[in-house]
Ligand binder design. Structure first.
Ligand code: NAD
Length: 442
């Protein structure tokens, strides 16, 4: 770790000298990051294919293009973000200048997860650069090929005095966490989230924990069959279900299920052909550990669609489970894979009660053409994000904050604030980043 201590000192000195502070420097680093993505697009697509069999389209929209958009948006906004904000005054301060001046935290640590290994490492980096921080980046060792490539490329494109990559797994991360950072941005599961928060508490370091959990999807009897099935299939099997905001389970009546299951089956054929295993658009499970974990979950309820597996290829077919009970294994953990359990409820009230007796989700979805149903669920539940008649798209709007509530996240964040300036908790914790898309199906 001596070499890491030296790197950290280099970053600390650069920050103390103000090297990362000027707007010109921030913009030049964001431009370099965009160049990294553009000049190495083919290699990035290749490693994402090796790690996750990620399709080119998914890799472009959710990884490479996603980060580029964030960087461009940050460059377009930096000048207004750094501008001093004058505030309302009182009689006592009438003659004073009262303002908010935004400062970078210092040296930030970004610890990423494997599911979107480019996006989850580089999107918080965009916020950190835009805010003038120096950064230590810790890619996920699980997405091994992407981690190796990014560890090589980042020092080639970004200023070495201000940015360092540190590779390794849990042991190395725990060693890193013994050092004092000025901000920690972690994405991953909540068990490790507790490890991060405890380590941060030792130094009273502020943290963002982007965690996960189970995202419910209630389908009301007033649902639109075709669009619901299409959107659900897209959201559930995008990145082979390995997304923090994928619908995790469906709540609906038996009657709705009887219409929905055949419609999902039809959509799967349309999206991935007769044999999803042969489709260039259908991914693989990241590693054997997660493959084995998911395979066990197939024993919950009855397989209505899919269920085929190939351990050698880490392939699990797009699967829908019916007759699932609340006590089944698939309902005891975040699925984070291509398995969609359906739980039967007799009414919207029963669905609300089900949702509310579990942890507050990162995302909650409702499919209903009856707006009263949508509004009632919105009113009577709490979640980090909420979409009606859509799923996943809330992430595409960087004008909305992103984050969970309770165990699904500690902090909502917007792109600049992610590792930028201190936020007031009141502004940061507003649940339900509401996005209504009813108009799309009327
Ligand atoms: P992971 O295994 O890659 O772990 C995340 C990071 O934590 C890695 O960099 C890893 O090296 C480190 N780590 C792992 N174990 C550790 C330990 N014991 N001590 C210290 N560091 C450790 O990723 P994961 O946790 O499997 O990721 C999946 C989870 O992430 C899911 O729960 C998902 O919902 C969540 N997620 C959340 C978001 C979000 O934005 N809210 C986005 C993507 C994924």
């Amino acid at each position: 770790m001596t070499s890491f201590a030296e790197s950290l000192l280099r970053l600390r000195n650069a920050f103390a000298c103000g090297k990362s502070h000027s707007v010109e420097f921030r913009i030049s680093q964001l431009q370099s990051l965009i160049r990294l993505l553009e000049e190495n697009e083919a290699t990035l697509l290749n490693v994402l294919d090796q790690d996750l069999h990620k399709s080119k389209f998914e890799a472009m929209i959710a990884e490479i293009g996603f980060v580029k958009n964030e960087a461009i948006s940050a460059m377009n906004n930096i000048k207004s973000w750094v501008t001093v904000e004058f505030v309302e005054k009182t009689f006592v301060t009438k003659l004073d200048q009262c303002f908010i001046r935004k400062e970078p935290f210092g040296v930030a640590l970004i610890i990423a997860a494997w599911s979107h290994p480019v996006q989850l490492l580089l999107t918080p980096l965009v916020g950190a650069i835009a805010a003038g921080n120096c950064v230590v980046l810790k890619p996920s060792e699980v997405s091994v090929n992407t981690a190796a490539l990014l560890s090589k490329l980042i020092p080639q494109y970004l200023d070495k005095d201000c940015f360092a990559v540190y590779s390794g797994g849990p042991v190395e991360t725990r060693k890193l966490l013994q050092y004092k950072f000025d901000y920690i941005f972690y994405t991953g599961n909540s068990a490790v989230g507790k490890v991060i928060m405890k380590a941060a508490a030792e130094h009273l370091t502020p943290v963002t924990l982007e965690l996960g959990g189970k995202n419910p999807c209630y389908i009301d009897q007033s649902f639109n069959l075709e669009s619901t099935a299409q959107r659900l299939v897209w959201g559930c099997f995008f990145n082979t279900g390995q997304c923090c905001i994928s619908p995790d389970y469906v709540l609906c009546s038996k009657e709705v299920q009887e219409q929905l299951v055949p419609a999902i089956k039809q959509c799967l054929k349309k999206f991935y052909g007769e044999e999803p295993k042969e489709s260039a658009d259908y991914g693989r499970i990241i590693n054997d550990h997660h493959f084995n974990r998911l395979q066990k979950l197939l024993n919950s309820g009855q397989v209505a669609i899919g269920g085929e597996t190939d351990k050698q290829d880490r392939y699990i077919a797009p699967t829908v489970l019916v007759d699932v009970m609340e006590s089944d294994a698939v309902m005891q953990q975040e699925v984070f894979g291509p398995i969609l359990p359906i739980i039967n409820v007799n009414s919207m009230e029963e669905a609300i009660a089900f949702i509310n007796r579990h942890q507050k989700p990162l995302a909650l979805y409702v499919y209903a053409t009856n707006t009263k149903v949508v509004n009632e669920i919105l009113e009577k539940t709490s979640s980090g994000g909420f979409c009606s008649n859509e799923n996943m798209v809330q992430l595409t709007l960087n004008t909305l904050p992103f984050g969970g509530i309770g165990k699904s996240s500690t902090w909502c964040s917007d792109p600049y604030n992610r590792v930028g300036k201190a936020q007031t908790p009141a502004a940061a914790c507003a649940p339900h980043s509401l996005i209504h898309t009813l108009s799309q199906i009327h």
